[in-house]
Design a protein around this ligand. Structure first.
Ligand SMILES: [Zn+2]
Ligand SMILES: [Zn+2]
Length: 361
């Protein structure tokens, strides 16, 4: 196993800086070109084969472990022009495929001989990636699937609301599997709270946890009741999401949290019951997330059952696309040192999620 963490940083879309393993003060630049990855080292120049620096970059791309100044970067995979199956840079154009609204370039890998299209994650979809990701963003911003259907109709795009709902479920599941294994860099203060929402006409409670510093929404658990609910699951999910236990755990007066904090986080975590005071700055932090959830009334109207990918999708929308005033215009994920390249965040995340699924199938 090659040790890659800490050796590579991506400083431009197609340029990587690789630290020498023999001399830590020396760096080599590896860049993506039309002819694959090239390195400036002697070995590559002489042999014209993949040197160890290129191999490290390939490993980093494959593992999706690229950091820049400690920031985890989610790269636009389609732009890197690497084979979808083996990460080889030796690929060649192999015809065009058409779908309802555009042409898709097909590539063939010269190493593994497999074919793939540039629209990673959207293969076999009848609509293009912009229409699909646009629908996701509109839905999680609070529009209903019927609103989205009429919006697209106005633009001359005919798509049925049930197809839109299928896209939302499909891509919310796909992206959450990928995003939930990325550990956000959060602080030592975690909050939890409950919001009541209606699911399929019934009143439910959404238990949610959030990091104080970054406002990153960490985990949620849907419950039938507020007072009898055991908070262990929420706390366990929270612990898994951040890979540690918090120093401070702040909740309202709900008794369930006290016992769960002891059971799941242990004695080193101080549990503080926060008394609700109006205009209290601290409480506003959680209120903001609660508000985000409550404002999505139409989103939850679409919830057909408890076990739904939609809550996970909403979490992805909130953490990765929603700029936050209190975070100086950053998204919670950016504050937690996770950056998504490209303008269309959904598209970049879906490309990576699709490759993640392929490698973990
Ligand atoms: Zn090299
Ligand atoms: Zn290949």
């Amino acid at each position: 196993m090659m040790e890659v963490s800490g050796y590579v940083s991506q400083f431009e879309q197609n340029k990587f800086k690789v630290r020498s393993q023999t001399n830590p003060d020396k760096f080599y630049i590896v860049q993506r070109t039309g002819n694959g990855l090239i390195c400036e080292c002697k070995d590559h120049e002489v042999r014209k084969a993949d040197c160890k620096h290129i191999k490290i970059v390939l490993e980093v791309i494959r593992k999706n472990k690229c950091y820049q100044n400690n920031t985890f970067r989610i790269m636009e995979r389609a732009k890197l022009k690497l084979c979808k199956y083996c990460d080889s840079g030796r690929i060649t154009k192999k015809g065009i495929r058409k779908n309802k609204d555009g042409k898709i370039q097909i590539f063939k890998c010269l190493d593994c001989k497999k074919r793939f299209s540039e629209n990673i994650g959207f293969e076999k979809m009848r609509y293009n990636d912009n229409i699909i990701t646009g629908a996701l963003q509109m839905y999680y911003s609070g529009m209903s699937v019927r609103d989205i259907e009429s919006h697209y109709e106005m633009l001359g795009i005919k798509v049925n609301h049930s197809s839109i709902y299928d896209w939302i479920c499909k891509y919310s599941t796909l992206t959450s599997q990928y995003l939930n294994q990325i550990v956000p860099r959060v602080g030592n203060w975690i909050r939890a709270d409950e919001v009541w929402i209606k699911v399929a006409g019934k009143q439910k409670y959404l238990f949610a946890s959030m990091d104080d510093d970054t406002r990153y929404w960490l985990a949620s658990d849907l419950a039938d009741t507020k007072f009898q609910h055991n908070a262990d699951k929420l706390l366990q999910l929270t612990k898994n999401a951040i890979g540690k236990t918090p120093k401070q755990f702040i909740t309202d007066g709900l008794p369930a949290y006290k016992k769960s904090s002891r059971r799941v986080f242990g004695k080193k975590t101080t549990h503080t019951r926060h008394i609700h005071i109006q205009d209290d700055m601290n409480n506003n932090k959680m209120e903001r997330l609660n508000g985000e959830i409550r404002d999505r009334e139409k989103v939850f109207r679409g919830l057909k059952k408890d076990d739904t990918p939609i809550l996970e999708g909403l979490k992805a929308y909130y953490n990765y696309t929603k700029k936050h005033g209190a975070l100086k215009g950053k998204t919670p994920s950016e504050s937690a040192m996770i950056e998504v390249d490209g303008k269309n965040k959904w598209k970049t995340i879906i490309q990576n999620a699709s490759l993640y699924k392929q490698n973990h199938a």
